[in-house]
Design a protein around this ligand. Sequence first.
Ligand SMILES: Nc1nc2c(c(=O)[nH]1)N[C@H]1C(S)=C(S)[C@@H](COP(=O)(O)O)O[C@H]1N2
Ligand SMILES: [Mo]
Length: 361
Amino acid sequence: MAATDRLRAALDRFEPPPRAVDWSLFAFVVAEAVTGLVSFTVGAPEGWPLFWLHRALGVAIVALLAWKLARVRRRLTDPELWRRSTALSVLTLLAALGALATGIAWVFGLDVRVSYWTLLSVHVGFGLVLVPLVAAHAATRFRLPRRVDFERRRTALRYTVLLAAGAAAYRLQQGVSDALDTAGADRRFTGSQPREGAGNAAFPITSWVADDPDPIDRDEYRLTVDGLVSDPVELTAEELAAGHETEALLDCTSGWYTVQEWGGTRVGDLLDAAGELDDDAAYVRFTSVTGYRWSLPIDEARDALLATHVGGERLSHGHGAPARLVAPDRRGFQWVKWVTRVEVRAEYDLGQWVVTLVSGS
Ligand SMILES: Nc1nc2c(c(=O)[nH]1)N[C@H]1C(S)=C(S)[C@@H](COP(=O)(O)O)O[C@H]1N2
Ligand SMILES: [Mo]
């Protein structure tokens, strides 16, 4: 009894002032949205700290939310205290709980799927609605942060402990998942779960936008290689199936990954076939028959593959036949399917960020 009392007292002393809790919640939710969205562009293992930060912040939000709810619970449970803004508060709370619950369930390897929606996509959905809700909620109860609420050394200490506890909690969870060998144990550093097997049937078909073209006629198909090259060329599907093989890992932001043996033509060989490069050449842009497109810096592009085969089979239509980009260490959304044009360019293509979201045919 005395021990729990002492723990309680220690926890109470650690609790930040109300305004600090509120502003920290706001800042942490924004930081979660930013780290979450930026993590979508990270596919190389060096990017792991970003994912850890996202998880540690999430656990810290659980603690902050517990303090906050302990403080305001009567405003929710006592109808006499209800105001117009209470509905917004409740909605904000539900979105926060939704994001936390789906995030935690995902970490433990829970794998519920509704067509190609994974639990991770639901988590992202909750996160995206949470940001405007938190902003609106903060606006209804706006109080400027005060110096006394953020006394420097105590605040730094609190945040360090909070984030360290968050990271430790995640590490502990990993240990438990490994020991019990749950589905959570096979997750990649990005959080994605494995899809095992080889060939077209082994992994899902994902178009995260409305991209759904008609199958491309193999005999009529031509790949154009042009832009800042001396001798633009057109290649047939047969010519592209050159038999260069490479093992690469496809990691989709909806939360799965697969390792496959891809066959086709090295992009470096394609560029060599198109003669000399202009001095300004800096990027290679891959454009789909649907308009969907992505660019890679030229040196990286050379080592990428234009794949016609996967796991020894000819690529199926859904996976991008006759040819799709295989870009190791890039996230799945950058692996353009149904590529019809490879273009050498001088400039970075900002428009690709919009086009990948809205393209469709
Ligand atoms: N043209 C085009 N390419 C695309 C997409 C798309 O919607 N259109 N989806 C991308 C996404 S989000 C992923 S994860 C991979 C999935 O490849 P798969 O369908 O072969 O599994 O393709 C990428 N290439
Ligand atoms: Mo994806």
